[in-house]
Structures are given as structure tokens and as C-alpha cells.
Design a protein around this ligand. Structure first.
Ligand code: DX5
Ligand code: ZN
Length: 219
């Protein structure tokens, strides 16, 4: 069954110099979760922030933290986020025992997610679908905010929704990268129920209006 819509602004696009105000702005705008993009400079060609930053977010956040680990060794680093994260998502392409990492995240008390790059076929995550709470379909090449949405990734979202219904599972289907009103609507029509919104949310003078429009887009 399709879960209710979740909108998760990505803090990668916020003003880091005003972190606490930005967290409050996102919350007051009606966000459901806050998406935290952790990058190690190896798995992706960028370094963003680590556990200390996410802890600083947690100090003021009253909504769940959705931690997206774009790191080469998620099995080694995920324990540094379990005390503050609600859900921790790892990549299927990273260097680790994927099933083992997912089980360890759950054992630590968090929900677990798996993600795949645009170049990775849906088949790569199929063996793990019964082990996850969330499937994160990247709609840009991970590493940077502000890139254009890759429409062709909707085939993976459709496959994820079809597999969820066929297997009787309940994982969320999250899209990440280039989400705005138009691409968010397309994603929801394809089967996504969780939208990560970076640039489009934080660059807007009225984030509340952006989120309200996304929330009512399908209605
Ligand atoms: C990209 C990150 C995204 C990014 C999305 O590697 O995973 O979460 O912040 O930003 P926008 O919405 O600007 O594409
Ligand atoms: Zn992300």
C-alpha cells in the first residue's frame, strides 16, 4: 500500500551559516522530515558534512532526520548517526555487505533505506526489498544539489511501486534530485511517496508555499 506523502527538504541547499534558523524555517514551512546528505569525497566527488553537523541539526529539529549516506564505507560510518537519525539510507554500490549493513542499522534502532545511482539498474536492489523501510531512487547523479531531474529514472520508480504491490511490502519510495512542482508531480504519478527537495525549497522566499503546492499537487 502507498504510504502518505512525506516532503523532506535537503539541508545541503540551506545556508550553513544560519543552520538553526534554516532548520526552523523548514519545520515552520510544513516539512515532514529533514534530509541530510553526508558525502565523503570518495563515493561522490564532493564533501558535505558529517556527524557533528547532523547532531547540530538534531539539537533544534523536532521532526525526523532522514540521513542519506553517500560514503564508500557506510557499514563503518552509520553508527555515528544512529543516535539522531530516524532513517539511514546506504547505497547499494558502496563497498559493504549490504544486507549486513541494513540489519545492523535496524538493530541500532533506526529504519533503514537503500539507494541507487542513476546508472544502476533496479535489479541491483531487488534482493534487498524485503529488508528495507525506504528505497531512494536518485534522480540526479549524487554529489551536488541544483542538477536537472532525470525523467528516465521514473521507470525505476514504477518498477519499485510494482514490486512493492506484488510482494506485499510497505517500503517508502523516495526521489532525490531536481525535484520541483513539475518533477515532484511526475514522481508522485510514477509511484513516489517521499520527495527530497533541495534548491527548490531553500531558494524560495516562501518555503511554506512551495511545500503546500507540492502537497496538493496530486489532489
Ligand atoms: C544530491 C543529494 C540531494 C540534493 C538534492 O547528491 O542527494 O539530496 O541535495 O538537491 P536538489 O533538490 O537541489 O537537486
Ligand atoms: Zn540526498
Amino acid at each position: 500500500m502507498k504510504p502518505p506523502l512525506v516532503i523532506a527538504p535537503s539541508l545541503l541547499a540551506c545556508d550553513f551559516g544560519r543552520l538553526h534558523e534554516e532548520v526552523r524555517r523548514a519545520q515552520e514551512s510544513g516539512s515532514d522530515w529533514l534530509h541530510c546528505d553526508v558525502m565523503d569525497g570518495h563515493f561522490v566527488d564532493n564533501i558535505s558534512f558529517g556527524p557533528a553537523f547532523v547532531e547540530a541539526v538534531a539539537k533544534v529539529s523536532t521532526i525526523p532526520l532522514d540521513v542519506h549516506l553517500m560514503v564508500e564505507r557506510p557499514d563503518h560510518y552509520f553508527p555515528r548517526f544512529t543516535s539522531v537519525a530516524s532513517v539511514i539510507t546506504v547505497h547499494v554500490e558502496a563497498q559493504h555487505d549490504v544486507a549486513g549493513t541494513l540489519a545492523a542499522i535496524r538493530k541500532a534502532g533506526c529504519r533503514c533505506g537503500i539507494s541507487l545511482r542513476p546508472a544502476t539498474p533496479f535489479e541491483a536492489v531487488e534482493p534487498f526489498l524485503h529488508r528495507i523501510d525506504l528505497l531512494l531512487v536518485m534522480t540526479v547523479v549524487p554529489g551536488f544539489g541544483g542538477q536537472p531531474f532525470m525523467t528516465e529514472m521514473m521507470a525505476k520508480v514504477e518498477a519499485a511501486a510494482e514490486a512493492r504491490a506484488r510482494l506485499g511490502l510497505s517500503y517508502r519510495i523516495e526521489v532525490d534530485g531536481g525535484i520541483n512542482r513539475e518533477t515532484g508531480l511526475l514522481s508522485m504519478r510514477s509511484g513516489a511517496d517521499t520527495l527530497v527537495v533541495g534548491t527548490h525549497a531553500f531558494n524560495a522566499p516562501d518555503m511554506g508555499a512551495v511545500i503546500a503546492k507540492l502537497r496538493t499537487a496530486l489532489l
